[in-house]
Write a protein that binds this ligand. Structure first.
Ligand code: AMP
Length: 544
C-alpha cells in the first residue's frame, strides 16, 4: 500500500523560488575579477535566473543539453547554476586550472553546446576553440564589449538577459533528471564525469544543512572558498538558497589571506568552507597582521586532511570551531562531518583534539562500511582499517558515458571511495591511506600515472614512479622516484625540465629521487604503498 502523500518532485528551480519568496531580501555578495564588490539578493537573482532561462531557450538550449561554465565564484555563476538546471538542461562546471588537453577532452566528452565564460578565460577558450566541435557558441559573462573568441559565436551575458521576462514557468519533470555535471581527475585514466540529479542535489542540500553536518541556517553568512567548478562549491549555492543564508562569493582571489579576512569581517561571515591550503594562507595573514576573525564562528575544512595544529590554532587563538569534513565529487560531496558528541565535553583538550582530527561521523543519507582484502566487513572499533565504501541517494551510481560496467561499484551498489579508513565505535571515520593512484595538491588532483607515462619517455630512465609526499602548504606534492638505465646519467633538473609543456606547471614533480630498483609485486606492478612508506618522512626542497 502506498502512503497518501503528494508526489511532488524535488527540483532545483523550487529551491530558488522558495528563497525568493521567503528570503527575497537576503544578500548575495560577490568579489568581482576587477576587485569591485557586487551586491544582489535572492529576489533579484530569481528574476535574473528566469531571464537567463528564457534567453537560453532562445538560443536553442533544450532539456538534457550540456551548458558549460568556466567561471569563478560570483553571482552570475550562481544564476547560471539555477537557470540551466531549472530549464532541464545540465550545468557542466569546468576547472580552469586543468591543462588545455584535459579541458578539450572533457568538453568534447560531455558534448557541451554552450560555454559561459569569465572574460579572464576568453584567451584560453579562444586557443581551444578549433578543437571544440560540439560548441555552438560562448556566453561571455559581462555587460561590456564582446571580445573575439577564436571565431566562435559570441553572446554577452547581460545583453542576453535584457528584455527577457523576470518570471518563467519553470518546467516540471522527473526529479531524477540530470541537473549538473562535474568531472573528477581523482580516478585513474581520463577524467570521469559525475552526473548529479535534481533529487540528489535537493536531498544533499537537506543533508548538509542538518545541525550536526554544516548546520546552515538563515542566521548564517557563508563564505564558500571552494570553487563553484569543484563539486558545485560543496553544494553551498543550493543549500544556502534552501535555508536563506547570505552567501559571500570570493571571486578569483581565493588563496589571498587579506581578501578572505576583509570579506569575513565586512560581510559578517559566520561559516567559511575550504581546503586546508586556503586556511593556511588566511592564518598566515592573521599572524603577520595581528588581526582576528571577528564574526567567524566555524570553518569547514575538507578536501584533504586537516592538520590538528590548524584545528587548535583556529580554536585557541581565534575562537573559531573547525569542523573537519570528508567527501568526494562522486558524493555531491558530503560524506562525513566532525561535530562532537555531547559527552566529549568531559574529555581532556588533547583527547578532544584527537577526536576532532578525524574526518567525522556519517550524515543521514550516507551509509559507510570498511572492508578487508576478502571483501568482508570490518568492525567499527577505531583499529581495523580497510577500503571505505559508501552508498546513498546523493552518491553516483556510475560515471557519465563510460563504457562497460563500473569498476568502482560492487553488486550491491556500494561505491569504493579509494580511501582506506578506520571507523570507531561512535561512528567517527578516519582516513589512514588511499588506494587510488592520485595525488591531491592544494585540493586539486594530479595523476601520478600520467606523470609516470611522461617520465618513462625520458631516454635516461629505466623506470619511474610518482607518489605524493607531505607538504606543509599544499598538503601533498608529487615526488618522482626513478631508476636510471645502466651506464646513463641524468640530473634532477634535466628530468624535471622534460615535463615542461607536457602538463600544467603545477603538476611538475617537486623533486626527483634516484633508486637502484623499485619495489614490485609478484605480477610486476610497482608497490606504491611500499614507496609511500619509504618516503613517508621525505622533506621536499621548498618545504625545508
Ligand atoms: P574530490 O573528489 O576532488 O573532492 O576528492 C575526494 C577525495 O579527496 C577523497 O576520496 C579523499 O581521498 C580526499 N579527501 C577529501 N576530504 C578529505 C579529508 N578531510 N581528509 C583526507 N582526505 C580527504
Amino acid at each position: 500500500m502506498y502512503g497518501l502523500m503528494m508526489d511532488r518532485p524535488l527540483l532545483i528551480s523550487d529551491v530558488l523560488r522558495f528563497s525568493r519568496q521567503n528570503h527575497g531580501g537576503v544578500e548575495l555578495v560577490s568579489t568581482m575579477g576587477d576587485g569591485s564588490v557586487h551586491r544582489t539578493t535572492y529576489g533579484q537573482a530569481y528574476g535574473r535566473a528566469c531571464q537567463l532561462g528564457g534567453a537560453l531557450r532562445g538560443l536553442g538550449v533544450k532539456a538534457g543539453d550540456r551548458v558549460a561554465t568556466l567561471a569563478w565564484n560570483d553571482y552570475r555563476h550562481f544564476e547560471i547554476y539555477f537557470a540551466v538546471s531549472g530549464i532541464g538542461a545540465i550545468c557542466h562546471t569546468l576547472n580552469p586550472r586543468l591543462f588545455p588537453e584535459q579541458l578539450i577532452y572533457i568538453i568534447n566528452h560531455a558534448a557541451d553546446r554552450w560555454l559561459c565564460v569569465d572574460p579572464m578565460f576568453v584567451p584560453l577558450v579562444a586557443k581551444l576553440a578549433p578543437r571544440l566541435p560540439t560548441l555552438e557558441g560562448v556566453i561571455v559573462l559581462t555587460g561590456g564589449d564582446l571580445p573575439e573568441v577564436g571565431g566562435l559565436r559570441t553572446e554577452g551575458y547581460e545583453a542576453l538577459l535584457e528584455g527577457q521576462p523576470e518570471e518563467l514557468e519553470w518546467p516540471e519533470f522527473d526529479e531524477r533528471t540530470a541537473s549538473s555535471l562535474c568531472y573528477t581527475s581523482g580516478t585513474t585514466g581520463n577524467p570521469k564525469g559525475v552526473l548529479y540529479s535534481h533529487r540528489s542535489t535537493v536531498l544533499h542540500s537537506f543533508g548538509i544543512c542538518l545541525p550536526d553536518a554544516a548546520g546552515i541556517s538563515m542566521r548564517d553568512s557563508v563564505l564558500p572558498v571552494v570553487p563553484m567548478f569543484h563539486v558545485n562549491a560543496w553544494g553551498m549555492p543550493y543549500a544556502c538558497a534552501m535555508v536563506g543564508a547570505k552567501i559571500v562569493f570570493p571571486g578569483p582571489k581565493m588563496a589571498d589571506g587579506e581578501v578572505l579576512h576583509r570579506l569575513i569581517v565586512s560581510e559578517g561571515v559566520t561559516l567559511a568552507l575550504g581546503v586546508p591550503t586556503i586556511w593556511l594562507a588566511l592564518l598566515q595573514y592573521l599572524e603577520t597582521s595581528g588581526k582576528d576573525l571577528g564574526p567567524l564562528e566555524r570553518t569547514i575544512v575538507g578536501g584533504a586532511a586537516c592538520p590538528p595544529s590548524m584545528i587548535r590554532t583556529f580554536k585557541e587563538r581565534y575562537g573559531v570551531r573547525t569542523l573537519h569534513a570528508w567527501g568526494m565529487t562522486e558524493m555531491s560531496p558530503i560524506g562525513t562531518v566532525n561535530t562532537p558528541r555531547p559527552e566529549y565535553v568531559n574529555l581532556s583538550p588533547a583527547e578532544k583534539l584527537e577526536k576532532a582530527s578525524k574526518q567525522g561521523h556519517g550524515v543521514f543519507g550516507v551509509e559507510m562500511k570498511i572492508t578487508g582484502d576478502d571483501g568482508k566487513e570490518l568492525p567499527w572499533d577505531g583499529e581495523a582499517f580497510g577500503d571505505l565504501k559508501v552508498r546513498g541517494p546523493w552518491i553516483c551510481s556510475d560515471y557519465y558515458e563510460v563504457e562497460g560496467a563500473s569498476t568502482s561499484h560492487d553488486d550491491d551498489g556500494w561505491f569504493a571511495t579509494g580511501d582506506v579508513a578506520t571507523i570507531d565505535a561512535d561512528g567517527y571515520m578516519q582516513i589512514v591511506d588511499r588506494t587510488k593512484d592520485v595525488i591531491k595538491s592544494g585540493g586539486e588532483w594530479i595523476s601520478s600515472i600520467e606523470l609516470e607515462n611522461i617520465a618513462v619517455g625520458y631516454p635516461a630512465l629505466a623506470e619511474a614512479a610518482v607518489i605524493g609526499v607531505r607538504h606543509s602548504k599544499w598538503t601533498e606534492r608529487p615526488l618522482l622516484v626513478v631508476v636510471l638505465k645502466e651506464g646513463v646519467a641524468a640530473t634532477r633538473e634535466e628530468i624535471l625540465a622534460y615535463f615542461g609543456g607536457k602538463v600544467a606547471d603545477w603538476w611538475v614533480p617537486d623533486d626527483v629521487t634516484f633508486l637502484d630498483e623499485l619495489p614490485h609485486t609478484a605480477t610486476g606492478k610497482v608497490q606504491k604503498m611500499e614507496l609511500r612508506k619509504t618516503f613517508a618522512g621525505y622533506v621536499l626542497p621548498d618545504d625545508r
